[in-house]
Design a binder for this molecule. Structure first.
Ligand SMILES: C[S@@+](CC[C@H](N)C(=O)[O-])C[C@H]1O[C@@H](n2cnc3c(N)ncnc32)[C@H](O)[C@@H]1O
Length: 227
């Protein structure tokens, strides 16, 4: 059975998962970072706790804490039920079981929920959507985007992906996107045309293996750099 989402769900990963998904070093963490489509992940909260705040962008940030966190609870049963039905699509080393996965993810999203209103007031959570972001050109050093582009290839077309990736490159000199497979671990059909188009624009594109390996085919990120 495949994963089926009518639209993109609010679901968030932990700080440790972000480190591995994007192969982030201590030097990377000291850079000026923006996370696009961060949703209810705990990366922003943990970076704030470390004293190196970052900016996160997501259309769900227009809602109140109560609304977002209720939506997570509503989504929970469906996401976990689909994970159980699709256990064979994952590598169960990082998490021993679906129960452990659920626990880690819910803890991350709980941290987000407790931080959200404070972070919004501090300008750490910005309500905006690709492909139009409210930042000047080259405002950030490092732009991260996880589990949105390529992942939801069934929900957004190639034109959207290309506009979105060009917008990410407009606001920062380096972009990392993870994963490059879709929700069902199939290679995204958009990857090659996007790399071809960006290389014509003079962008350095590389597909790189990362320490994070949960989806069976999902242990690579796309790194893009302005030359
Ligand atoms: C599955 S969540 C991933 C959250 C987080 N990046 C992670 O990996 O745990 C996908 C997120 O993409 C956000 N999203 C949907 N449309 C978007 C858009 N046009 N621009 C930016 N983010 C969007 C959703 O609101 C959702 O929070």
């Amino acid at each position: 059975m495949d994963f089926h989402y009518k639209d993109i769900v609010p679901w968030g990963r932990s700080f440790d998962e972000y480190l591995d998904m994007f192969d982030l070093s201590e030097d990377d963490l000291a850079r000026d970072i923006v996370g696009i489509g961060d949703g209810p992940a705990s990366f922003n909260f943990r970076m704030y706790q470390r004293g190196t705040p970052i900016v996160s962008v997501d259309p769900i940030y227009r809602f109140s804490e109560a609304e977002v966190c209720q939506r997570i609870q509503e989504t929970y049963e469906d996401v976990i039920a689909q994970a159980r039905q699709n256990e064979d699509k994952f590598v169960w080393t990082k998490f021993a079981s679906v129960d452990e996965l659920a626990e880690v993810r819910m803890q991350a999203m709980d941290e987000f929920c407790r931080d959200f209103e404070n972070g919004k007031q501090q300008g750490r959570y910005i309500d905006a959507s690709l492909p139009n972001l409210p930042f000047p050109d080259q405002h950030f050093d490092l732009v991260l985007s996880a589990h949105f582009l390529f992942f939801y290839s069934a929900n957004r077309d190639l034109a959207f992906h290309l506009d979105a990736v060009r917008e990410l490159l407009r606001i920062g000199s380096e972009v990392r996107i993870f994963p490059i497979v879709d929700v069902n671990s199939n290679p995204s059909a958009f990857l090659s045309p996007i790399i071809d188009a960006l290389e014509k624009d003079g962008i350095a594109c590389s597909v790189e293996r990362v320490p994070y390996h949960f989806q069976k085919t999902g242990n690579e990120m796309l790194r893009l750099k302005l030359c």
